[in-house]
Design a binder for this molecule. Structure first.
Ligand code: B12
Ligand SMILES: *[C@@H]1O[C@H](CO)[C@@H](O)[C@H](O)[C@H]1NC(C)=O
Ligand SMILES: *[C@@H]1O[C@H](CO)[C@@H](O)[C@H](O)[C@H]1NC(C)=O
Ligand SMILES: *[C@@H]1O[C@H](CO)[C@@H](O)[C@H](O)[C@H]1NC(C)=O
Ligand SMILES: *[C@@H]1O[C@H](CO)[C@@H](O)[C@H](O)[C@H]1NC(C)=O
Ligand SMILES: *[C@@H]1O[C@H](CO)[C@@H](O)[C@H](O)[C@H]1NC(C)=O
Ligand SMILES: *[C@@H]1O[C@H](CO)[C@@H](O)[C@H](O)[C@H]1NC(C)=O
Ligand SMILES: *[C@@H]1O[C@H](CO)[C@@H](O)[C@H](O)[C@H]1NC(C)=O
Ligand SMILES: *[C@@H]1O[C@H](CO)[C@@H](O)[C@H](O)[C@H]1NC(C)=O
Ligand SMILES: *[C@@H]1O[C@H](CO)[C@@H](O)[C@H](O)[C@H]1NC(C)=O
Length: 298
């Protein structure tokens, strides 16, 4: 981070996961350094100027674990450690301010981690500030519509549905049996695809110039199908590469221009000018929709 102007080459969500793992499994780390990193580089809680609820929530979970492991002597001896308390308070306030009218916190997919963070930090807000039941009702409705079919999305929402958080991981009696689990990411084609009819969508690649095309795809297609159809028509303009990740396919390049963590660049997905909350493998497109993939920074 120090060599990159305070920007981690991964991200603060991952720093949160790392600290949480070290803390839960009694690894060795310096609580003072943890406090420093999470406090000093606050810009890393934001992507493109927007507070990332997922990132803040993961930090709250990690910091809470660290805070719980501190002895009173440590706190008295080191002023930095007092900052952990202040930092949790700051993050909880930010998370709370991203609460929506329907109870979601941030968006659908950050709500699971946000709920976990709020479960462990109830000292830092007023009971009346958060209607947990409303959040739960909205989430259950979304689950029944298949919104959480992605296994990674499910993994983030499942603990709070059971009244649990990632801080409870150490209690899990099944850890040694996890490798016998076989979770398939396969969603039957028939569930989302109705190929009996075709729809037309607008698709643009935006770098400094805008490259547009109209493509026809079967009704029920996802964003990735549109990109493939466009690529078939013009490989030079609409060619792209992707990488599998836990959330599905991640777009790494378009027109040979590659996203780069060092430079904080990425390919952003939009519909009618609004950033999408799903990736190219999940987002189902609609007739006459204005789809865009834009060269952006975060
Ligand atoms: C950091 C981050 C990013 C960074 C990634 C680069 C970096 N330097 O780390 C940036 C800002 C570039 C980014 C971009 C996008 N992201 Co993002 N991202 C995250 C975040 C906060 C943490 C991911 C992470 O590090 N996980 C931990 C590591 C260990 O797991 P990992 O699988 O190896 O992580 C990699 C992948 O997750 C990948 N990645 C990041 N975002 C996305 C999104 C999708 C759809 C895919 C397939 C992969 C992917 O980058 C990570 C680092 O290499 C998560 C929050 C969360 N709750 O998970 C959201 C999250 C995964 N992102 C999300 C979305 C929607 C996107 C975008 C589609 C947004 C957009 N409109 O363009 C784009 C991806 C477009 C594309 N090119 O395909 C959603 C996914 C929801 C869903 N159901 O699919 C999440 C859950 C945030 C949210 N609450 O909405 N993201
Ligand atoms: C970590 O240490 C705590 C307290 O000493 C102990 O209760 C816990 O079982 C340890 N966890 C692991 C995973 O070793
Ligand atoms: C952090 O520790 C302090 C002192 O032990 C305590 O007062 C505070 O409630 C703790 N915070 C959390 C989130 O556990
Ligand atoms: C909680 O709310 C009550 C009444 O609305 C208020 O008096 C109190 O100061 C609040 N506490 C905190 C910690 O915000
Ligand atoms: C997991 O399930 C998939 C699909 O059902 C199958 O192809 C794969 O061989 C299985 N893997 C293991 C290790 O059982
Ligand atoms: C698929 O389309 C046909 C006709 O276009 C329609 O009758 C049928 O209900 C559709 N199926 C789904 C699952 O939408
Ligand atoms: C976009 O245009 C600016 C200014 O002309 C230029 O500096 C930059 O390199 C261009 N970006 C790309 C990705 O082509
Ligand atoms: C796409 O279709 C719209 C309306 O049907 C038309 O106005 C536009 O010029 C078309 N764009 C391209 C790139 O063909
Ligand atoms: C596409 O399918 C959906 C249901 O899956 C249906 O509501 C919609 O009317 C269909 N659109 C077209 C243009 O066939
Ligand atoms: C692809 O698009 C570029 C402009 O972006 C154009 O110069 C080229 O002729 C197109 N190729 C085909 C096969 O249409």
């Amino acid at each position: 981070m120090k060599a990159h102007d305070g920007n981690p080459l991964t991200n603060f969500y991952q720093l949160g996961l790392d600290v949480l793992a070290l803390c839960l499994f009694n690894g060795s780390y310096s609580a003072t350094e943890v406090a420093e990193f999470f406090n000093h580089y606050k810009k890393n809680y934001y992507f493109g100027g927007q507070f990332s609820v997922d990132t803040g929530a993961m930090a709250v979970l990690a910091l809470t674990c660290v805070n719980r492991s501190l002895t009173n002597e440590q706190i008295k001896a080191d002023k930095n450690l007092k900052k952990i308390d202040e930092l949790i308070s700051f993050l909880v306030e930010k998370i709370m301010s991203e609460k929506k009218e329907n109870g979601l916190i941030g968006n659908t997919f950050s709500t699971g981690v946000a709920m976990q963070a709020l479960f462990v930090s109830s000292n830092y807000y007023n009971e009346s500030e958060w209607d947990c039941q409303q959040t739960l009702d909205t989430i259950l409705q979304e689950i029944s519509q298949g919104v959480f079919n992605n296994p990674t999305a499910a993994a983030q929402i499942l603990p709070p549905l059971m009244g649990r958080t990632y801080l409870d991981v150490e209690d899990c009696p099944y850890v040694s049996g996890l490798d016998t689990f076989n979770i398939s990411n396969h969603v039957p084609e028939s569930e989302r695809s109705n190929s009996s009819s075709l729809i037309m969508v607008y698709y643009s690649v935006v770098i400094n110039e805008t490259y547009s095309i109209n493509v026809t795809v079967p009704n029920g297609s996802v964003f990735l199908d549109v990109m493939k159809a466009a690529r078939k028509k013009n490989e030079t303009t609409f060619g792209f590469t992707m990488e599998q990740s836990s959330w599905g396919p991640y777009i790494t390049s378009v027109q040979g221009l590659y996203a780069n963590n060092n430079k904080r660049t990425y390919w952003e997905l939009l519909s009618d000018g609004k950033a999408l909350s799903q990736g190219v493998g999940s987002y189902v497109v609609h007739e006459e929709e204005n789809l865009e993939i834009r060269w952006s920074t975060y």
